[in-house]
Write a protein that binds this ligand. Structure first.
Ligand code: FES
Length: 114
């Protein structure tokens, strides 16, 4: 059975087999999610958030331990979370890209002063 998952803020989506990890679904949708351990729950770089948790597998003990309290804010590890139904997850902006964007905004504000 295939299920749909949508990634925010891009709005890209993918139809994947139920049980596919969010990380693999993101790859199929062409949505970049940072990872160093390639899905072994070691790097903790693949965090995504979900408002409702609907359409996603329940937290495993390993994921809960790795998240150390962040799960209460809707944070999940994309490599450990499986898509079980229609789901929507938000992928945070890459920290390097966010830093560059903030710097460019600051520079534009300074340019306006001149
Ligand atoms: S990919 Fe490394 S913890 Fe998920």
């Amino acid at each position: 059975m295939n299920v749909d998952i949508t990634f925010l803020p891009s709005g890209r989506s993918a139809s994947v087999r139920a049980g596919t990890t969010v990380l693999d679904a993101a790859r199929k949708a062409g949505v970049p999610i940072r990872t160093r351990c390639d899905g072994k729950a070691a790097c903790l770089m693949c965090k995504v958030t979900t408002a409702s948790g609907q359409g996603l597998s329940p937290l495993s003990d390993n994921e809960r331990r790795k998240l150390a309290g962040l799960e209460g804010q809707g944070t999940r590890l994309a490599c450990q979370t499986k898509v079980t139904g229609k789901a929507v997850v938000e992928v945070p902006e890459d920290p390097l890209r966010a830093a560059v964007r903030r710097q460019l905004m600051r520079q534009a504000e300074e340019d306006e002063l001149w």
